[in-house]
Design a protein. Structure first.
Length: 332
């Protein structure tokens, strides 16, 4: 664990330092900036990646201008960066590179105060914030409690809404919170073949769905992100099976939403993935894709428009058949 010295001026920073500074299983040291941590071990990209996944940096979020977050929300809510999972396809391979250490920010109340300002600027319209744009916040919630603070903050914001996605199942800290129906919890799912091949270090599908049932039982608005969708041979049967399982468990849930994101990659991500996972097995043939610029200015390789149109029609049809009360928010 690395700490910015400024982080000790905040209650969360002090709590984490006191908890771990005497733990013999944890090496605690100081860093000048959470954005620049040097000296991480690793003589190869794979070893550097593994070391980064065992490294947590506790810092102060100094930039309080929130990035936009289309199509899922108006703004990102930056509570953390990075994730302990080893998903081979992860889009953070583009933004975090080969040393994707995790960061948590201790000035949570300042971040939430800034969210309140953004909400006021859009009054009388509702403003939606995404809590999982750069991390999986559930994976770190047992350490920080920041996600719970955000949930209760948005419960008191008539014009504010919060949403986050997770692959993790440790949701017990969230179940008794006052959420006011203003936080939508979405679980990132895929059919089991994709999870087994690519989503290492994460709970399996059964554990995610059990956690989703707990969240629905606690009255949270519920959603599922199906991502990434690989349009490879057998994809329709695989995703139909997934949707049928969701139908058996969640067919009676009101206001159930779906977001479907097809596989895409950048050249930087491809280079990093090939260095970290030489046997990655991901379909990253640039010739079979269409090049497109994204909202943050870098280009990515996506499926051709005709393939996306086909997938959009197939998913809309399957959802109408299997979960007719659900809502497909987008397929990209």
């Amino acid at each position: 664990m690395y700490f910015e010295r400024e982080a000790l001026a905040y209650p969360l920073g002090r709590k984490l330092y006191q908890r771990f500074s005497h733990d013999p299983a944890v090496t605690v040291t100081f860093a000048t900036s959470h954005n620049r941590v040097t000296g991480l071990p690793g003589s190869t990209p794979a070893r550097a990646f593994a070391a980064a996944k065992r490294t947590l940096v506790v810092g102060v979020r100094r930039t309080l201008d929130f990035a936009t977050c289309r199509p899922s929300a108006h703004y990102q809510l930056p509570l953390a960066t990075g994730c302990p999972g080893w998903c081979r396809y992860c889009y953070l391979h583009t933004t975090l590179g080969t040393r994707p250490y995790m960061r948590v920010y201790v000035n949570v109340h300042e971040i939430l105060d800034r969210a309140h300002q953004y909400i006021g600027e859009r009054d009388p319209d509702i403003t939606v914030f995404e809590g999982a744009a750069t991390s999986d916040p559930v994976a770190l919630e047992a350490l920080t409690g920041s996600l719970g603070l955000a949930v209760e903050f948005f419960a008191g914001e008539p014009l504010g809404r919060f949403r986050f996605a997770t692959k993790y199942d440790r949701v017990e800290n969230l179940l008794a919170l006052n959420h006011g129906g203003h936080t939508r919890v979405r679980f990132s799912v895929n059919w089991s073949k994709i999870i087994d091949h690519y989503e290492h270090g994460t709970p399996g599908l059964e554990r995610r769905l059990a956690a989703a049932q707990e969240v629905a039982g606690a009255g949270y608005p519920l959603g599922f992100i199906i991502a990434p969708v690989f349009l490879s041979p057998g994809w329709e049967e695989g995703y139909r099976g997934l949707l049928e399982e969701l139908g058996r468990r969640f067919g009676g849930v009101d206001d159930l939403t779906f977001e479907v994101i097809t596989h895409r990659f950048t050249r930087r991500a491809k280079t990093n993935i090939e260095a970290i996972f030489p046997d990655h097995g991901l379909p990253m043939d640039e010739e079979s894709r269409q090049f497109k610029y994204g909202q943050f200015g870098y280009g990515k390789f996506v499926y051709p428009a005709a393939s996306l149109q086909l997938a959009r029609g197939r998913f809309a049809g399957m959802l109408q058949e299997i979960l007719p009360g659900s809502r497909l928010e987008y397929l990209v």
